[in-house]
Design a protein around this ligand. Structure first.
Ligand code: ATP
Length: 264
């Protein structure tokens, strides 16, 4: 399902933290948001999963304004892996993942056999089978992240919105997660700090800087040494990955602030 973000402005505490963002993800496309801390990535994603309201502009899902959908319909169509965490203390892992099925259940109807199967499949997909009965609060940061991803998968959404999903994951689980997302080929909006992961996963990237989209296109066109210096303030060479051929950003970890004044 296609998603369009039209001229989106979000105002928080009297300040426009996102201004006139314009982008889309076509059916089945994986579109990445990258940008420095505080550039507006989470704000944009929060507006898509209806945690925030636009001040101006709109988000369209298959041509329909997101705000015209009811809560259950929106939850069936869009699943989010947000950065903020709610009160999750008392759930088991299985209960947490099963929450992904609630938008499909009639009040008091409980779980169907199909729901149970989808929950088990989602747990297996993220490698958490065998951990169903553990308390969610007892999981490590990376295990929690995987359980929340399983909840999003169990929701069987048409659009996945993932805010920094590789946070807390060790390198093997990062790579596994990217492989899972590639295999699913669902319309996906994803923010990533790891630019090499973004370059290998995303069909197209949008670079955010101080609340505005400043560059858009396929990773190879967008992630140039000039852009990395200008937007991220780092020195880097962009080369071909020797194993995959993807763009590989080799950062100069010895360089200084790249001549850019640090952000407040
Ligand atoms: N509830 C809020 N009230 C006021 N300002 C906010 C609020 N939430 C976020 N902001 C500000 O909006 C700007 C964009 O924040 P956002 O979280 O979208 O950035 P980000 O690109 O996701 O950053 P990071 O990479 O650090 O996660 C920041 O300056 C942030 O301080």
């Amino acid at each position: 399902m296609r998603i369009d973000i039209e001229d989106l402005t979000v105002r928080l505490a009297g300040r426009d933290v996102l201004t006139g963002a314009q982008l889309f993800a076509a059916e089945g496309e994986t579109v990445g948001l990258v940008g420095p801390n505080g550039s507006g990535k989470s704000t944009l994603l929060r507006t898509v999963y209806r945690h925030l309201r636009p001040h101006a502009g709109r988000v369209l899902l298959a041509g329909r304004d997101l705000r015209s959908l009811g809560a259950a319909e929106a939850a069936r169509r869009i699943a989010a892996l947000p950065q903020e965490r709610g009160a999750e203390a008392d759930f088991t892992v299985r209960e947490m993942v099963a929450l992904g099925r609630t938008p499909y259940q009639r009040a008091f109807a409980g779980e169907s056999a199909a729901d149970r199967e989808l929950v088990a499949e989602a747990l297996a997909e993220v490698g958490l089978q065998g951990h169903e009965h553990r308390g969610f609060a007892s999981l490590s940061g990376g295990e929690r992240q995987r359980a929340l991803l399983a909840r999003a998968f169990a929701q069987q959404p048409e659009v996945l919105v993932l805010d920094e999903p590789t946070n807390h994951l060790d390198v093997q689980h990062q790579i596994d997660l990217l492989a899972l997302l590639r295999a699913r080929r669902r319309t996906t909006l994803i923010s990533l700090h790891d630019l090499n992961a973004a370059a290998s996963l995303c069909d197209r990237l949008h670079v955010l800087d101080r609340g505005a989209v400043v560059a858009s296109g396929p990773p190879r066109e967008v992630l140039t040494a000039e852009l990395l210096a200008e937007v991220f303030g780092v020195r880097a060479a962009v080369v071909d990955h020797p194993l995959t051929g993807d763009p590989l950003i080799a950062f100069d970890h010895r360089a200084g602030a790249g001549g850019r004044t640090p952000r407040p």
